[in-house]
Design a protein around this ligand. Structure first.
Ligand SMILES: NC(=O)c1ccc[n+]([C@@H]2O[C@H](COP(=O)([O-])OP(=O)(O)OC[C@H]3O[C@@H](n4cnc5c(N)ncnc54)[C@H](OP(=O)(O)O)[C@@H]3O)[C@@H](O)[C@H]2O)c1
Length: 290
């Protein structure tokens, strides 16, 4: 029975974090985006830009004249999103939550592989381009979508793929903690080398999107009234990420955890440099990077 304990704790921690966020949202208004400068000549790559917050981020950045590339899973959905954005007007967000145990094509646990490793690899593959295009006063920006669930997250280095004990709740929280460990480590490396690239992580709050589709039926029912009253809309949830991508006052500033448009403290574990190093090395080995 002892092996069940991490699963139960992961479950409890995730829901406690959720309750804290809902209480915050009950008493605080959503961050209102200030006017942002036009972004002519800049390119944004938004993973998961087809729906939910990713769509809202793509739409808003396109309205600022950025050239937006939506990196998605389903070509048709991607094309439909582009069409809709064009009709309406003229960065890492893709994610899944609470998925029953499943593997990516490469055999990684789905939350770890999709939410974290995919963004780790994509960012590393784009890093040379980001370094070349960033200049002092005009840095390239990496915006990572984390979550308050990271506070309860634990990194099980000897079982990152959840083979010994799988908990969907623990796996989601671990993927969001891994994104933060990665963001801070990457920013430190970039600063040491003097590169003009900033990395900030964002917590969008609890937002009413399809992310909750994997909740069990009773949980879906229980969630409905809360979602109506307390969850943010996708546009509200997207606002902090858009701010991180385009605000002038964040030029040259990185290594932040932003919540509701403000710098916030992430968990002590996310700042653990030994853990950051270990995860970085392990991630390189998993995706075959030198
Ligand atoms: N909603 C919240 O309360 C909340 C809270 C904290 C953090 N977040 C984070 O915010 C991000 C966006 O979530 P959301 O709430 O906007 O969810 P959503 O509406 O479900 O959108 C998720 C996006 O991820 C993409 N995606 C899913 N599987 C993919 C795959 N295998 N490959 C590529 N893309 C894939 C989806 O694109 P396809 O349709 O093409 O699959 C979709 O565009 C996630 O990282 C999530 O963890 C959300």
């Amino acid at each position: 029975m002892w092996w069940l304990l991490p699963c139960i704790l992961g479950f409890i921690r995730l829901y406690l974090d959720g309750v804290k966020v809902l209480l915050y949202q009950l008493f605080n208004r959503s961050f209102t985006l200030p006017d942002l400068p036009k972004q002519n000549g800049k390119v944004a790559i938004v993973t998961g830009g087809t729906r939910g917050m990713g769509y809202e981020i793509s739409r808003h950045l396109a309205s600022l004249d950025m050239h937006v590339v939506i990196a998605g899973n389903e070509e048709q959905e991607g094309l439909a999103a582009v069409k809709k954005i064009r009709e309406d007007l003229n960065q890492g967000k893709a994610g899944v939550m609470l998925v029953p145990e499943r593997r990516t094509e490469d055999g990684f646990e789905l939350h770890f592989g999709l939410n974290y490793l995919g963004h780790f690899l994509l960012t590393n593959l784009l890093l040379d381009v980001l370094k070349k295009s960033g200049k002092p006063g005009k840095c390239s920006r990496i915006v990572i979508m984390s979550s308050a669930t990271h506070y309860g997250g634990r990194l099980t280095l000897d079982d990152l793929q959840g083979r010994m004990c799988y908990s969907a709740h623990g796996a989601y929280a671990q993927s969001k903690l891994a994104l933060l460990l990665f963001s801070y480590h990457l920013q430190d490396e970039l600063w040491v080398r003097g590169d003009s690239v900033t990395v900030n992580a964002v917590d969008p709050g609890m937002v009413d999107t399809a992310l909750y589709d994997n909740l069990s039926s009773p949980a879906q029912l229980a969630k409905k009234p809360f979602a109506k009253l307390l969850f943010r809309t996708p546009a509200e949830g997207a606002s902090t990420a858009i701010y991180a991508a385009a605000a002038s006052e964040l030029e040259g500033i990185g290594g932040l955890y932003l919540y509701n448009g403000r710098k916030t403290e992430s968990s002590a574990l996310s700042h653990d440099q030994r853990l950051q190093n270990k995860l970085w090395k392990e991630s390189c080995a998993l995706v075959g990077l030198q």
